[in-house]
Design a protein around this ligand. Structure first.
Ligand code: CP
Ligand code: NVA
Length: 306
């Protein structure tokens, strides 16, 4: 692994290795602290969009591993505006040992990887959110053990998060069902690639616009914002379209009795998910948020340690 741009680029073996390393690093951290394997290393964090989890989990993760992280705000770098993405990549590579970037256009994080002399990690683009999906596999592995054969139903908008979940779930032999309003489906190519992968791994990809049949008997229900960062002005228009896709107690009752409910956060309570569900006994949202740090430590160690 040279960079982490999309889960699509990882093999099933690499995914399983990351999950194992994340588990070891989490155990190590819990029993007194991580070894300083990234001492003297710096992660440059380029943000074009806001963040709570991504910024804090990477920054604290670097500190735990003995290194440090630099937060570079949208105003500071002005990626592609103040100077070209290629020049930002070339220059940053002279100062830091790794770059994490949260961008709008996926091509920008790809360009950072192309022109940087150091590893680049995608901290979310409009197309994918690999760190989220990998962390979510880690959370599911903790909660359920073997991932192969589990059924995850994603209900909501066909966005960056479900793209990465499609790549990730299909690589580890899960069944992933996706239920979106017509016209808001995930990218066709992502669905085809995930379907092909699923054929090889024994997984399955099912597109079903009916949220009720889609969650029926599922082990996991997952949702995310109906309007992602950059789509805020579409929110009002989307509300009535997405309303039948709300994850509420009625919908959750159709899944397996021990199903877990996931959300990458930030949540829009009362829109894509109700308070009752997100704060209820089946919700694992805070474990998901914490596990971002553990899984990303595994990514940082894999890419930046000697
Ligand atoms: N889930 C996630 O990436 O959260 P932030 O946008 O707060 O980083
Ligand atoms: N789909 C959401 C995820 C936020 C972590 C967005 O892109 O805004």
């Amino acid at each position: 692994m040279e960079h982490l741009i999309s889960v699509e680029d990882l093999t099933s073996y690499e995914i399983r290795q990351l999950l194992k390393l994340a588990s070891d690093l989490k155990d190590e951290w819990r029993s007194g602290g991580n070894k300083p394997v990234l001492a003297g290393r710096t992660l440059g964090m380029v943000f074009q969009k806001p963040s709570l989890r991504t910024r804090v989990s990477f920054e604290v993760g670097m500190l735990h591993l003995g290194g440090r992280a630099l937060y570079l705000s949208p105003q500071e770098i002005q990626l592609g505006q103040r100077e070209s993405v290629a020049d930002v990549a070339r220059v940053l590579g002279r100062y830091v040992d790794g770059i994490m970037a949260r961008v709008f256009g996926h091509a920008d994080v790809q360009a950072l990887a192309t022109y940087s002399s150091v590893p680049v990690i995608n901290g979310l683009s409009d197309y994918v959110h690999p760190c989220q999906a990998l962390s979510d596999l880690f959370t599911l592995h903790e909660k359920r053990g073997e991932l192969e054969g589990l059924t995850l139903t994603y209900v909501g908008d066909g966005n960056n998060v479900v793209h990465s979940l499609l790549f990730a779930a299909s690589k580890v032999g899960m069944e992933i069902r996706v239920s979106t309003p017509p016209g808001y489906e995930p990218d066709d190519q992502v669905v085809s690639k995930a379907t092909e992968t699923a054929h090889e791994t024994g997984g399955r990809v099912v597109m079903d616009a009916d949220p009720q049949s889609s969650v029926s008997g599922a082990d996991v229900i997952y949702t995310d914002a109906w309007a992602s960062m950059g789509q805020e002005d579409e929110r009002e228009r989307r509300l009535p379209i997405f309303n039948p896709y709300q994850v509420n107690a009625h919908l959750v009752a159709l899944a397996k009795p021990d199903a877990v409910v996931m959300h990458c956060l930030p949540a829009h309570r009362g829109e894509e998910i109700t308070d009752e569900v997100i704060d209820g006994p089946q919700s694992v949202i805070l474990d998901q948020a914490e596990n971002r740090m553990h899984l990303q430590k595994a990514v940082l160690v894999s890419l930046m340690a000697d």
